[in-house]
Design a protein. Structure first.
Length: 302
């Protein structure tokens, strides 16, 4: 039995929860049953969540923690989970997937160094550690036989839906045959690189005034201080937020655009992003190289 611990989980909005739901489905198809401990049970990810973990953790098997500090209300209690499982469920193994290594809040005046140590304690007390980015693995103590890099793939179909007519759909969106359209998929948050994308979009407008930026988003990121400012800036650039859609609708928007961007920051090294920001006419996107038809292969809901 596998117990997943996820700070967010559908119907909550967020890539970590969506990733966890997909992973559970994939494992179930392979014959691995699982349960999930979420906000629905714990309410808030404070010390009470540790009691919930001990109540629900299997006496043997695996506890798989999906770590992203923001998904756990930026509270640091989650960092104690592997250590508690080691003490009270000695036959159970703990795996932690780090979706990022942002430090949680611990207590007033806790410095960054102490908060970083809390994240490293989470990694050190886990039996195995997974991260999508090699730099994150190094930051939490890798490389070692316990540290594994597993890239997070797309959770949006990489093929157009049945019967999809790209030109007809672009026409419905008010896009001309030669209009360059860039679609962004994700929450309104600078941590996703949206500020960099808006910078690049302004440069594109100087050269191609008919360029369109489409924001496929569920709105402001939880506990984000910059979301509303980004939304105002996007509106000033005539970049419509098209709202939250079913997965097939997101797929249609994606294939209607010439470029698709998702989760830039944290995927590319900072110096390459800054270089793209300074260059005029450069394009930045996550995922594989552009296909001959101008459609990007990558991108996930992070």
């Amino acid at each position: 039995m596998i117990l997943f611990v996820s700070g967010e989980y559908p119907p909550d909005v967020g890539g970590v929860g969506d990733y966890t739901a997909h992973l559970r489905t994939g494992l179930a198809n392979l014959g691995w049953p699982s349960r999930v401990l979420t906000r629905k049970q714990v309410g808030r990810w404070d010390a009470r969540s540790l009691l919930w973990l001990l109540r629900t953790a299997p006496g043997g098997g695996i506890v798989h923690i999906q770590f992203q500090a923001g998904a756990y209300d930026l509270l640091g209690d989650v960092c104690l989970m592997p250590a508690l499982v080691r003490v009270f469920r000695a036959r159970t193994r703990v795996v932690t997937t780090f979706h990022d290594t942002r430090e949680p809040y611990l207590f007033p005046r806790a410095g960054r160094r102490l908060r970083q140590q809390a994240v490293r304690f989470l990694a050190r007390t886990s039996h195995a550690v997974i991260a999508a980015d090699q730099r994150d693995l190094v930051e939490i103590g890798g490389p070692s036989p316990r540290h594994h890099r597993v890239p997070i793939g797309s959770n949006i179909a990489c093929a157009p839906p049945p019967g999809f007519d790209r030109q007809a759909y672009r026409s419905r969106l008010g896009l001309g045959p030669n209009t360059l359209a860039v679609a962004y998929f994700g929450l309104l948050n600078a941590s996703k690189g949206l500020d960099l994308l808006l910078d690049a979009f302004e440069l594109l407008l100087d050269r191609r005034p008919d360029t369109r930026l489409l924001l496929i988003t569920a709105g402001a990121a939880p506990r984000s201080r910059d979301s509303h400012g980004l939304a105002r800036r996007a509106r000033s650039l005539r970049a419509p937020a098209v709202g939250r859609h079913r997965r097939v609708a997101v797929c249609r928007w994606r294939f209607a655009a010439a470029r698709f961007a998702a989760g830039l920051r944290g995927t590319w090294p900072a110096h390459r992003l800054d270089a793209a920001r300074r260059s005029r006419g450069g394009a930045v996107h996550r995922g594989g190289s552009a296909r001959p038809d101008g459609l990007d292969r990558g991108g996930s809901a992070h």
